[in-house]
Each structure stands twice: as C-alpha cells, then as structure tokens.
Write a protein that binds this ligand. Structure first.
Ligand code: AHR
Length: 511
C-alpha cells in the first residue's frame, strides 16, 4: 500500500472510531439545581441595550412599548431566571436619576468605559424592571459604589421598592408606576478591584459593610440578596479578605471568569476563522472554571464552614477579539459551535457545584461577548449559545443526580482535555441526561444502566451539532446551528446507549 493511502486509511479509522464510556450513578438525587445558574447580564455596552433590547416606542422595528418584539419573544422562550443590570463597569458610573422621568428630559452622559458613546438614558430603572416583568425573570441590580454615595443607593432603593408618601416614591408614581418593583439581588459595586474604583480588598470590604447595612431600609424592610463584588478570576486573596470582613453582612459573593482562546488579554483570538489550536485552548481554558470554583469555595469554607454564603459567577463566557470593522469598545463578536460547547461544559461544572453556587450570569445577553441573540436593523439571529441555554432549561430547579465516568480524552498536539461532559437531573418525574462531545473528530458512545434511576424508556432526544467548531449562525443563514431531533440513542435490556457525533451536545429525556 502506498504511504499516502495508509495515512488516509488510518485517518478514516480515527474519524469513525467510537470510544465507549460507562456512566455510573447511584441514582440518588443530591440537591436542587438553582434556576439562577442560567442567569443573564445586560449592560449599557455597545449594542446590548440600545438596538439589542430597546428601540423605543416610535421605532419602525416591531416593539412592545419600546422593547424589540423578536428579542422579547426569544428571551421568553429561554425561561430566563434572572437578569443583571446596568453593568458591569458601567454600573459604577451610573446615576439612577439620569434614567427616570420623561425620556426627552433625561440628560445624556458619556459612556466612558465602552467606546465613549453618548448614552441618552432612555432605558433606565422603570424600563429595566418592566422588562423583567415582561419576560418573567428575577432582578439583579448593580449599585454604584465606585462613584456614587450611600445616599444615592438608598434613594434608588426607595424609588424602586418604597410604598410611603415621600419624594422618591412619589417620583416613581409620577413617572407612571404606582406599585413598587422587587429587587431580588443587589450587587454592591462591580469589579471594585478594577473599573469599579481600583480599590484594595481591605478598603472595599469596609465600604461594602457600610453600603450593605443600609440596603434594607428602603426595601420594604427586607434585605434583597446582597452580593459582594468578587474576585478577578484566580485572585483568592480578594475572596479571603472579603469573606473575613463581610461574612455577617452578605448572602452571596461573586467572582468573574472569562474564557479567552489564547488566555492573553492582549490578543485574545478571533471569534470566527480560528483553527484547532484555538479550539482546543478555548475548551481547556473554559474547563479551568472547575478549579476556580473549587479553590474559591475552599477559601470561603475557612470563614463559613456551613456554606451559608453562596458563590456567584456573575460574569462568565467566551471573550474574543472584536469582529473586524465593529465599533471599538463594543465587544461585538461572533458565536460558534465552540461557544456552544463552552456553554454546555460550563453548565456541567456549575451543576457539579450547584449546592454552593447561588447564581451565574453569562456576559452578555444581546450583541455583546457570548451573546444569546444578535441583531442587525430589524433582523435577529439566535446563536448556538442560545440553543444550549434553551436545551439546558430542563435542568432549572431540577434535582441533580451525580454521575461518575472516566472520560475519553480529546487530544490535540500532544495535549488533552476530557472529551465528554455530562449532567443528569430529574424534574417532574422525568430524567434529563445531557452529554457533550468536545472531540471534533471522534464519535463517542455512552452507556447508562437505567435500573439505577428507575427509568425505562426514551421519551425524547435532541441534538445541537455542527460539522466544524467554527460554524455559526449569521444573518444570511440564521439557523445553521439549532436544536434538532436526535436518533442516536436507544435502550436495550435496561441500558441506555447513545453515540454522539463529533462536536455535539445531546439531551435525552427518560421516563
Ligand atoms: O462584560 C464586560 C465587562 O467585563 C464588564 O463591564 C466588567 O465587569 C468586566 O470587566
């Protein structure tokens, strides 16, 4: 046989080889997976709020009182549990009074962090809370600690939640809203180590104690869930100092971790047209979320052995270089099958630590970073990440069932990551098994003894997949990647078996 033919045959064999992995479970439910692990984040950044969500009542783009109709419908379909607003870095420059009252009378401000764009404040507090009511999600407000005051925050809380006859409440009523709104989560500052005030952990800890102590006064005398602005990725000292000084005044503490293809903030890597080295390194970087969570939890345990304080990953996702030609500072990037797998692998990690996590918020919901949807004029596309969120909605508030397995490896250039990632949960008498195959070339088969969970048959099977990791949905071809019916799973003699094609995410409903 010629050398080239031998190579081609070997390659064909590798491509079709299918490793078999036994998923083992004792079948016991461990804890409930908080729906809030699938939270979202909307910042006044680039075209997230304006164009992406808010077009105003007079827009030609079909809208519901100013909110894009297509986007609102897409959000509703996702069953979004919680939405964080107004930032991000923007939050620590935001003065709420600029964003209430008649739109034409609201002052314009410069968005100093994001492109220097003029912000007309037409989307403000009432618009945010009414959006959350429209899509039926909880609210997560980020208070300005970097450039605000305790009084500003208190006035804001009173405007939003107060019921008494006093100026801030009367202002809300004059602006058309009689009933108070509900603040579910209150972030006290954002990235206070960086854009939120460049503070040391010790200094921020004292400010946090001061701000958080007043957070109940104007919230119907109840504290919202108070979130300490957390660490930059692997900065465990930040968590240590904050836990030490705030453990009696906080319900949650956050951390931010972004997945960069190169892990280099200087040149992050492209969002499309990347090759396998960047695909592999992105999956590898995303999986570091596991050790990030484990080690922050270890620090938290020192101060809170009972695990009362929850960890929030309230900013996460893929961060690449902006798309060429897009406005500098708008963080506009494409979203590929690679992003879909980052989302599914990250969810599986969140589920693994679901007992100690309170909320996670992907950055960001529209047109920014790893977005759910992207808009262009009156067009909207759903990204591969959108479909992962949609597929994973079955795990919201479901009972988590731990599964153990030895994952086959996906190896590139001598370096390996696990090829498979898994979640099994139960809700309303139905089991949902979600499996991702990260390998771009090799099929992978899993088996699961259904007797362990008492299920008998497959009720439904679905798949998200693509031929290439760099495939994506674009305005010319919006549904290249979406959820399709799968037929690669079957049950024989009480054992489930499913063969996942390369680059795929599968959910199997069992009953
Ligand atoms: O999500 C984009 C930015 O990333 C946020 O504004 C900031 O908190 C983080 O650095």
């Amino acid at each position: 046989m010629k050398k080239s033919l031998i190579l081609a045959t070997a390659l064909a064999l590798t491509m079709s080889a299918s490793a078999q992995t036994e998923l083992k479970t004792a079948g016991k439910t461990a804890y409930k997976l908080p729906a809030e692990l699938q939270g979202q984040f909307a910042e006044h950044l680039g075209r997230c709020i304006y164009d992406g969500i808010w077009v105003g009542k007079d827009s030609k783009i079909p809208n519901i009182n100013g909110y894009r109709k297509d986007v609102v419908e897409a959000f509703k379909e996702l069953q979004i549990p919680v939405l964080r607003w107004p930032g991000g870095c923007f939050a620590d420059t935001y003065h709420w009074r600029d964003g209430v009252g008649p739109a034409g009378e609201r002052p314009a401000i410069k968005n100093v962090f994001w492109g220097g764009t003029m912000e007309d404040n037409s989307f403000g507090t009432d618009e945010f809370f009414q959006l959350c009511e429209l899509i039926g999600c909880k609210t997560y407000l980020s208070a300005n600690v970097g450039s605000g005051t305790v009084k500003d925050m208190n006035d804001w809380l009173e405007y939003i939640t107060g019921t008494e006859d006093c100026p801030n409440v009367n202002l809300r009523k004059a602006n058309g809203r009689e009933k108070p709104y509900k603040i579910d989560y209150l972030g006290i500052g954002n990235e206070s180590w960086g854009c939120g005030g460049n503070m040391t952990p010790e200094y921020y800890a004292q400010l946090y104690r001061q701000y958080s102590g007043y957070a109940h006064l104007y919230s119907n005398n109840q504290y919202p869930v108070r979130v300490v602005s957390g660490a930059n990725a692997f900065d465990f000292n930040w968590t240590d100092v904050l836990m030490k000084y705030t453990k009696n005044n906080a319900e949650h503490i956050s951390v931010h971790y972004y997945t960069l293809p190169t892990e280099d903030w200087g040149v992050k890597g492209a969002s499309t047209d990347f090759s396998e080295d960047h695909y592999w390194s992105t999956i590898n970087a995303c999986l570091k979320m596991d050790s990030l969570i484990v080690n922050h939890l270890k620090v938290m345990d020192k101060y809170d052995a009972e695990g009362k304080i929850k960890l929030d990953v309230d900013e996460w996702g893929v961060w690449t270089d902006q798309l060429p030609g897009s406005v500098p500072g708008y963080l506009y990037q494409q979203n590929t099958m690679r992003d879909a797998l980052v989302a599914s692998n990250t969810f599986d990690i969140f589920h693994h630590y679901g007992k100690r996590l309170g909320m996670c918020n992907i950055a960001q919901i529209v047109n920014v970073l790893q977005a759910m949807v992207m808009t262009e004029g009156d067009k909207m596309i759903k990204t591969p990440t959108y479909y992962v969120f949609k597929m994973y909605a079955v795990h919201q508030d479901a009972d988590y069932i731990p599964v153990e397995f030895n994952s086959p490896k996906y190896t590139y250039n001598g370096k390996s990551v696990p090829a498979l990632s898994v979640t099994l949960s139960k809700k309303n008498g139905k089991y949902h098994l979600t499996v991702s195959n990260n390998d771009p070339k090799v099929k992978n088969t899993i088996t699961l003894d259904l007797n362990k969970i008492g299920a008998k048959a497959i009720a439904k099977q679905e798949i998200i997949s693509a031929a290439k990791f760099s495939d994506y949905n674009h305005f010319g071809q919006p549904e290249t990647i979406n959820i399709k019916t799968f037929n690669g799973a079957s049950v024989k003699k009480g054992t489930l078996s499913a063969t996942l094609p390369p680059l795929s995410i599968v959910t199997i409903e069992l009953q």
